[in-house]
Design a protein around this ligand. Structure first.
Ligand SMILES: [Fe+2]
Length: 264
């Protein structure tokens, strides 16, 4: 009765969920959590949640996490603002496939992003890469090899350069490196997914063979076109993803403002 209507996106990377998030009840929240575990990323079109409604929705998935590298919303400190102006130069924040804050010991489990202002359609898309599908497509020998390996993830990994602009305006440049280790395979609801962030991985713990070779292999496998979907934002759209989905911002030229919440 409460089943939500869903439609898979291209390459089965996540799905569109048709519902009005302004009026979700507990049953719907439970259903959304199940869908999130199953599909890794969910898209809710034209929700236009107020900051208050947005916080209320996100808080039902966990405790809001801090992210000192971005500026918070002026009235809602757990909503972070990702803004780029047409006149901005350099890389977009978050270009290059990654998992959010994976260099922390307890990285956020879920990320919410709502579009407040968008450039013209097809510009400023976000790419998503489904890591259940990526894991399942691995050769068996690699599955066995990585089963118990731990990746070493650094806040100064190669994606750090996309933060330079944001940090400069927010005065958080020159922060010290944060590193953490996590198993390269995670299981969600009985299904395995690759857990590695190409933008942050700098090594593999206790792995004697050629580390770069395995890192390169994994990173390029994880981001193959067949596991990817380019989501085109409209104002008010909301995406919600778990660590079973990598994501990447894309280059664009225009004004764009997004509200992000991560939860633990
Ligand atoms: Fe991100």
């Amino acid at each position: 009765m409460n089943k939500l209507s869903v439609e898979l996106s291209e390459n089965n990377v996540g799905c569109y969920v048709k519902t009005d998030l302004k009026t979700v009840n507990d049953l719907k929240i439970q259903e959304i959590k199940k869908l999130l575990n199953k599909y890794a990323v969910l898209f809710f079109k034209e929700q236009n949640l107020s900051p208050e409604e947005y916080m209320r929705f996100a808080s039902q998935f966990g405790k809001p996490a801090k992210y000192p590298m971005l500026k918070p919303h002026k009235d809602f400190k757990d909503i972070y603002v990702i803004e780029r102006k047409k006149s901005d130069k350099g890389l977009s924040f978050g270009e290059g496939a990654h998992l959010d804050s994976v260099y922390m010991n307890n990285p956020p489990r879920f990320t919410f992003l709502q579009a407040v202002e968008v450039p013209e359609e097809g510009q400023g898309n976000t790419l998503f890469y489904n890591q259940f599908l990526a894991y399942e497509a691995l050769p068996n020998e690699i599955k066995t090899k990585i089963e118990n390996l731990k990746g070493i993830f650094s806040s100064k990994g190669k994606i750090a350069k996309t933060r330079t602009l944001r940090e400069a305006e927010h005065g958080t440049s020159n922060t010290k490196e944060i590193k953490s280790q996590h198993k390269l395979v995670q299981t969600i609801d009985g299904r395995k997914a690759i857990y590695s962030s190409p933008g942050h991985i700098v090594g593999i713990a206790n792995y004697k063979a050629d580390q770069n070779e395995l890192i390169e292999f994994l990173s390029s496998h994880q981001t193959k076109k067949e596991f990817s979907f380019s989501f085109s934002w409209k104002k008010g759209d909301l995406a919600l993803w778990s660590s079973a989905s990598l994501h990447a911002a894309t280059a664009f030229n225009g004004n764009r403002k997004m509200f992000r919440i991560t939860v633990q």
